[in-house]
Ligand binder design. Structure first.
Ligand SMILES: NC(=O)c1ccc[n+]([C@@H]2O[C@H](COP(=O)([O-])OP(=O)(O)OC[C@H]3O[C@@H](n4cnc5c(N)ncnc54)[C@H](OP(=O)(O)O)[C@@H]3O)[C@@H](O)[C@H]2O)c1
Length: 279
């Protein structure tokens, strides 16, 4: 069901709309996914993140009752349990889970702080696994639902100075490949969206607050391309939401030699300058 952006769903009360859970909805791609789901696709959205004021602002920008802000830290197992119990108890149940929250920190792997490694892993992998298990059980009973993992082109390729983040996205892609078989015939779909560089707060967080010129695709375009996957009867295991994402993955797959040459001769020094401040 669709309605005009910014307008309330035409023929339903908010509490009659299908429910989507979007993690990391306070910024970047997740905020835009939540906004488009609520304003253009008639979904009520449980919007999860740590920053309450951001979620409340999002709720104000969307039709009344369409955003349910849920504030908490996804790295905290007890928050995840309470959050899931709350959304699963909402009448009609959860139709869509989008595991979008994610972070990285630029660093040489050898020097990466173990506390940073743990933070990346807890959010990008542990929380995503946990919510996916909960959603699978919930949706299989209903014989319907979609679980969307926001992965990355870095789920397919390697880059220097983002090793833990890249490993986390490879892990997510591996999970999706397996669950596609486990969920066959259940009515529940699982797939991953794999964006390339997108204009969001991600790079500022990864550079520990250092400002980065916004580069890459705008979040509204990426979110719209991802949400089109919801309309597909058989979504691909890995949806590439832009030409740049498609080009990177194709080049790495079909031209592995030249791709590796470019990464080691050009990307490695460039990323060293950009991310580690090397001269
Ligand atoms: N930007 C890119 O170039 C790019 C490319 C490919 C894939 N991706 C993926 O796209 C997804 C979204 O990234 P983005 O670019 O939109 O980044 P972003 O602008 O930094 O947003 C990240 C979101 O995750 C939330 N988050 C982080 N840690 C959290 C925690 N412990 N608990 C709850 N929420 C947490 C943040 O909310 P709070 O801080 O309020 O908690 C924020 O809403 C990530 O999975 C990322 O890996 C991004």
């Amino acid at each position: 069901m669709r309605s005009e952006p910014g307008s309330p769903p035409r023929d339903r009360q908010a509490d009659e709309c299908p429910l989507a859970v979007v993690t990391g909805a306070s910024a970047g791609i997740g905020r835009e996914l939540a906004r488009q789901l609520a304003t253009e696709r008639g979904h009520r959205v449980a919007a999860v993140a740590r920053r309450a004021e951001r979620l409340n602002q999002l709720a104000k920008e969307c039709p009344e009752g369409m955003i349910i802000p849920i504030v908490g830290d996804l790295a905290d197992a007890s928050f995840r349990e309470a959050m899931w119990n709350r959304v699963a108890a909402i009448q009609g149940g959860v139709s869509v889970l989008i595991n979008n929250a994610g972070l990285g920190f630029y660093s040489e792997f050898e020097r990466q702080d173990p506390a940073e490694i743990d933070r990346i892993w807890q959010v990008n992998v542990v929380a995503l696994f946990d919510l996916t298990q909960r959603a699978m059980a919930h949706m299989k009973v209903r014989k319907a639902g979609q679980i969307i993992q926001i992965s990355s082109v870095l789920g397919f390729i390697g880059v220097p100075y983002s090793a833990v983040y890249t490993a986390s996205k490879h892990t997510v892609n591996g999970l999706v490949k397996c669950l596609r078989y486990e969920l066959r015939g259940t009515g529940v779909k699982v797939w991953a969206a794999c964006p390339a560089r997108t204009q969001s707060e991600f790079h500022e967080v990864a550079a520990r607050g250092q400002r980065h010129a916004p580069r890459g695709e705008p979040t509204d375009r990426i979110a719209r391309a991802i949400l089109r996957g919801l309309d597909r009867r058989r979504p691909p295991a890995f949806l590439l939401p832009s030409w740049s994402a498609w080009a990177v993955v194709q080049a790495a797959h079909w031209l592995p030699g030249p791709f590796e040459w470019v990464m080691s001769r050009i990307a490695q020094p460039k990323f060293g300058r950009e991310y580690l401040g090397r001269s």
